[in-house]
Design a protein around this ligand. Structure first.
Ligand SMILES: C[C@@H](O)[C@H](NC(=O)OP(=O)(O)OC[C@H]1O[C@@H](n2cnc3c(N)ncnc32)[C@H](O)[C@@H]1O)C(=O)O
Ligand SMILES: Nc1ncnc2c1ncn2[C@@H]1O[C@H](COP(=O)(O)OP(=O)(O)OP(=O)(O)O)[C@@H](O)[C@H]1O
Ligand SMILES: [Fe+2]
Length: 531
C-alpha cells in the first residue's frame, strides 16, 4: 500500500510517499521525502511570503513523490494544522484536489501528533512521553484515555521561535537555531532567568534578559551558550517531571529544535540517570517533513480514520489533544501508585522512613554545574521556608526537621500513606482548592501543586514539595498554580473523573479574589494555544 503525505504548515513544502504492508502498518519502512524549504530574504517567516513559496513549490514536490511511488496511491494524507493559515489552505486545497483526481480517501493529520508518532514509529516504544521541541511549539504529550494529553507546554512562544527572535536581534539570518548551536561551541556560562512552573514553562523573561545581556556587551557566544544551557535544561527538567508524574520510562523527541546536539545530549543523560529509554529520530524526521505525515497517515488509514472532503477544513490552532486517537491500543502512559521507601522524584531522591523523610537534591549531570548549584540551593531554601510558612497559615504540610543547604538536603515528618494520583475524588480535590486559596490569600504560590504533591492521611490532605514556590500576590501567578493542578489531573485521570474533580476543585477554591483568579485561569488555558 502507498500513502502520499503532504506537509506545508510553515516553511517546508514537502511531499512523501510511504509504502507499507497493511498487515503491519507499524513495521519500520522508510518513506521517500521531497522538500523545498522557504528561506526568508530578511527577518523571520513572513506568512504571505511563506504562502507564496508554498503555492509555487507544492506541485513539484508532489510530482516528485508520485514519481517515486512507482505504483498506485491508496490515500492522501495532509497537515491540517496547527500552522500558518495561508500555507495550510494551499496544502489543504492541493490534497483535496489530488484525492479527487486519484479517487482515493483523504486523511487529515495533526502536525504535532505526527512529530510525536514518527518517534514512536522509529523507537517501537509503546507508550512514551513525547517532548515536541519545534519552532512554533514546545510541549509534552502523553497518551491517556483515547487522546494525547498536553502534560506541559510553553506559556508564551515556541522554543525555536524564541531562539530565532534572539538571532534576529543580533542580525543573523533565519533560521537562528543552528547558528545559536554553532556559536555556543565557543561560549561560557552566564546566568539567565530559569522559569519552570510544574510542567509548564515560559521563555519571555529569559529572552529579554538574553537580548539585554547582548546589548550590554556580553559576548554573543556566551549568550548563545547560556541560552542553550538554560532553555534545554528547562525542557529536560519538565520532561523528567512528566516521566516522574506518569511513571513512564520512555521518552521520544520531536520537532526541528530536536536537531540540536546539546538538547539531545541532555535528554539522553537525564533518561540514562533514571533508567528510562530515550529515542530521537534522525534529523530529517525531526524538522518539518512530509514523511511523518505519510507514516501517521498510514496508521490512521489502517484504522479507518479518513475524512470527508466537506469536513476537511484546515485549522491553524489544531491542538494535539483534540485528536481522537483511534490507531493505537489503549495503553496509557502508566501511573505507578506503588509507594516505595526510596523514590526518585523529578528533582530529588526521597527516602521515606517510618517517621521521617529525607529529600536530597542530588546534582543533575545534564545541567551546567553553575546552573545546577543555583537551582539546588534556591529550591532547598524555598522549600524549607514555604513548607513551614504554609503550615502557619493553616495548610497542612510536613514539619521541617532539618535543613542542610550546602548538601541540598531536607528532613521532614512523614505525612500520608498515598497521594492524590492514587485516590482522586471530588471531595479531596475540593480540599486542595481550599488549601491553594488559603496559600494564595497569604501571598504564597506553591509552584508545583500536582496530584503527586498532595498526600492523603484519612481525611487530611497535605501539600508537599514547595521547592518551586515563591511569594506573590499576582492573579496571574495564582492562576498558573491552579493551571498546574488542573493539568496534572487531566494528565492522570479519566475524562469523567477529571471533570468531576476539577469542578469540585474550583468550588473549593473560594475566598478573596477567587473569581478573578478563576477567570484568569480560563485565559491561561487559552494562551497555551499555538501561535
Ligand atoms: C506548526 C509547524 O509549522 C511548526 N514547524 C516548525 O517549527 O518547524 P520545525 O522544523 O519543527 O522547527 C524549526 C525550528 O527549529 C530550529 N532549529 C533547527 N535546527 C536547530 C538546531 N540545531 N538547534 C536549535 N534549533 C534548531 C529553527 O531555528 C526553527 O526555529 C511546528 O512544528 O511548531
Ligand atoms: N513528607 C513526606 N511524607 C511522605 N511521603 C513523602 C514526603 N515527602 C515526599 N514524599 C514522597 O516522595 C515523593 C517525592 O517527593 P517530592 O515530590 O518532594 O520530590 P520531587 O523530587 O520534587 O518529586 P516530583 O518533582 O516528582 O514531585 C512524593 O511523591 C511522596 O510519595
Ligand atoms: Fe513542526
Amino acid at each position: 500500500m502507498r500513502i502520499l503525505g503532504i506537509e506545508g504548515t510553515a516553511w517546508a513544502a514537502s511531499a512523501a510517499v510511504y509504502r507499507f504492508d497493511p498487515a503491519a502498518p507499524d513495521a519500520d519502512a522508510d518513506p521517500f521525502i521531497e522538500t523545498d524549504a522557504y528561506q526568508p530574504e530578511s527577518g523571520g517567516i513572513h506568512p504571505r511570503e511563506a504562502a507564496e513559496h508554498m503555492g509555487e513549490a507544492i506541485p513539484a514536490v508532489i510530482e516528485a513523490a508520485l514519481d517515486a511511488a512507482d505504483g498506485p496511491i491508496d490515500a492522501v494524507a495532509f497537515s491540517r494544522g496547527p500552522g500558518l493559515g495561508p500555507c495550510l489552505r494551499i496544502v489543504g486545497t492541493a490534497a483535496r484536489a489530488l484525492a479527487g483526481t486519484l479517487d482515493v480517501p483523504l486523511i487529515g493529520v495533526n502536525h504535532m501528533v505526527a512529530h510525536l508518532e514518527i518517534g514512536r514509529h522509529g523507537s517501537g516504544f509503546d507508550s512514551p512521553v513525547c517532548l515536541n521541541a519545534s519552532g512554533a511549539n514546545a510541549h509534552l504529550l502523553g497518551y491517556h484515555d483515547g487522546r494525547y494529553r498536553v502534560l506541559g507546554e510553553t506559556m508564551d512562544t515556541g522554543v525555536g521561535n524564541a531562539l530565532d527572535k534572539f538571532t534576529r536581534h543580533v542580525g543573523w539570518s533565519h533560521p537562528g537555531g543552528p547558528k545559536v548551536e554553532a556559536a555556543a561551541a565557543d561560549g561560557e556560562y552566564v546566568d539567565l532567568p530559569y522559569v519552570v512552573k510544574g510542567m509548564d514553562f515560559s521563555f519571555s523573561g529569559l529572552m529579554s534578559a538574553a537580548k539585554d545581556a547582548y546589548d550590554e556587551g556580553t559576548p554573543v557566544e556566551d549568550v548563545c551558550f547560556s541560552l542553550q544551557e538554560t532553555i534545554f535544561a528547562m525542557l529536560t527538567e519538565v520532561a523528567e517531571r512528566a516521566l516522574s508524574l506518569t511513571g513512564a520510562d520512555e521518552l521520544v523527541l520531536g520537532g526541528g529544535v530536536g536537531q540540536n546536539a546539546r538538547l539531545r545530549e541532555m535528554l539522553s543523560t537525564m533518561c540514562a540517570d533514571r533508567d528510562a529509554e530515550f529515542y530521537a529520530p534522525e534529523p530529517r524526521f525531526l524538522r518539518d517533513n512530509a514523511g511523518m505525515i505519510a507514516v501517521l497517515g498510514a496508521k490512521m488509514y489502517a484504522a479507518g480514520a479518513t475524512v470527508d472532503i466537506e469536513d476537511s477544513a484546515v485549522d491553524p490552532n489544531f491542538r494535539p489533544d483534540e485528536v481522537a486517537v483511534t490507531w493505537r491500543d489503549g495503553e496509557s502512559v502508566a501511573i505507578d501508585p506503588v509507594e516505595r521507601p526510596e523514590r526518585q522524584g523529578a528533582e530529588a531522591v526521597v527516602t521515606v522512613g517510618d517517621e521521617r523523610v529525607t529529600k536530597r537534591r542530588l546534582p543533575k549531570a545534564y545541567r551546567h554545574p553553575a546552573l545546577d548549584e543555583r537551582l539546588r540551593r534556591e529550591r532547598t531554601v524555598a522549600e524549607a521556608r514555604l513548607t513551614s510558612e504554609a503550615r502557619r497559615r493553616g495548610v497542612p504540610t510536613p514539619v521541617v526537621r532539618d535543613v542542610d543547604v550546602p548538601a541540598a538536603t531536607l528532613t521532614f515528618d512523614r505525612v500520608g500513606d498515598r497521594d492524590l494520583a492514587a485516590a482522586l475524588t471530588p471531595a479531596r480535590a475540593r480540599v486542595v482548592g481550599d488549601h491553594l486559596a488559603t496559600l494564595h490569600d497569604a501571598g504564597i504560590v506553591h509552584g508545583d501543586p500536582t496530584v503527586r504533591n498532595v498526600r492523603l492521611d484519612g481525611d487530611r490532605v497535605f501539600l508537599i514539595d514547595f521547592g518551586l514556590g515563591y511569594h506573590s500576590g499576582h492573579v496571574e501567578d495564582h492562576a498558573m498554580d491552579c493551571h498546574v493542578f488542573e493539568g496534572s489531573v487531566r494528565g492522570t485521570a479519566t475524562e469523567s473523573a477529571a471533570d468531576a474533580a476539577l469542578a469540585a476543585f474550583e468550588e473549593g477554591y473560594a475566598g478573596r479574589g477567587a473569581d478573578a483568579v478563576l477567570s484568569r485561569l480560563r485565559d491561561v488555558e487559552g494562551r497555551g494555544r499555538y501561535r
